[in-house]
Design a protein around this ligand. Sequence first.
Ligand code: COA
Length: 408
Amino acid sequence: MDVDIRPVTAEEWPEYIRVEHIPFGVQVSDEEMKVQSQRYGAWNSIAAFEEGRVVATAGDWDMDLTVPGPREVHAPGVTAVGVLPTHRRRGLMTALMRRQLDDFRGRGEAVATLLAAESVIYGRFGYGWATTSAAAELERAHGVFVDSLGQRAPLRLVDKTEAAKVLPDIFDQVRRVQPGEISRPDGWWHQFIRDPEWARDEGGSELFHVVCHDGADAGYASYRLEHGWPDNIPGYTMRVNQLAASSPTVRAALWRYCLDVDLVATVRFENIPTNEPMRWRLRDPRRLRTRTVSDFLWVRLIDVARALEARRYRVADRVVLQVVDAFLPENEGRYELDAGPDGARCRRTNADPDVTLPVAALGSAYLGGVALTALAQAGRVEETRPGGLARADLLFGAADPPFCSTDF
Ligand SMILES: CC(C)(COP(=O)(O)OP(=O)(O)OC[C@H]1O[C@@H](n2cnc3c(N)ncnc32)[C@H](O)[C@@H]1OP(=O)(O)O)[C@@H](O)C(=O)NCCC(=O)NCCS
């Protein structure tokens, strides 16, 4: 049967929304559809149509990615990828990915990002796992710091209306200097603040938002509570969905808040960096038990030269990379990267390569989240000139691992 892949019109948007949710096991209610119907254009949407009906969906948010420097590069955030269970494994996602990457190239994009429902899905399209997130849990009784915080920065619980006003600016301040973070469009915030019950993966209360201001610095935590009174003893679980802070002082104040709420027995931080500094502030750090370490943001270099020029590098050096890109062959070739802390120049070359690697591996190393040496040990990268890997690692490395906190 013929399938047509094309952008979605405003009239087709409700059907797109309905189909987009089915692969994720969500049936959109009439009431929810009324809200979603007004969101046409929140992101760019394309779909596969069979006999005029939507059978598969994809889209992309208009976002900026913070890269080492820190600097920003415009990077569409791929979202809403789904294929009806009746149409799976016929190549529809592949067709959507092909169309989407062609569109991105046409729009002049250098980089794209996504979060993967399953880590097996997107490597074949040249996306590489680029940031890592951890979920960790602590019994509140063990949440004691090694030091007292002294004069505390003031904290304020805000309702949805105020959260919608203050959280976006605070997050913007944080994400602009954190490689791996991405900007959040209005449509993203709208859905986050609205916090519909069906979108809460593991249930729990509506989100509470607590805000902290400390001079020019600021931060917030957004969390849910799961109620529990086992044997008449308070045993709530707090699930911290978001915690963003522009300074260590604000971060510590927000952690302290989360670890001090009465009736809570367990605090679960759902998305923290693997090198979370607060772990080192706990008197009994082993009690912060890491439950999950997982891939989070995936990065795809669409225009290798422009993407590599967009970031800054740890040392000054010149390396030649041979990039293999089966899905986007126009990207393939040898690139000379002449780069340092103050700037980068990347040009096609015929010189012998220091390192040969698939574009997905370059996407993984792009934000400094993994060493190329580690990828070589995993058989994903090849050193083609002695010493080439070590030099490339010095160049691409980051002082801190990149981190992304935006679920999209
Ligand atoms: C993931 C999903 C979009 C794949 O769509 P699809 O149209 O079946 O994918 P394709 O037919 O284009 O598959 C292309 C290749 O990827 C493989 N593949 C696709 N999804 C896979 C999965 N979940 N696990 C393992 N392999 C997968 C296919 O087997 C195929 O491999 P092949 O080329 O070696 O035969 C679809 O299964 C889906 O909607 N899943 C639920 C929602 C979801 O996870 N969406 C992704 C959100 S990030």
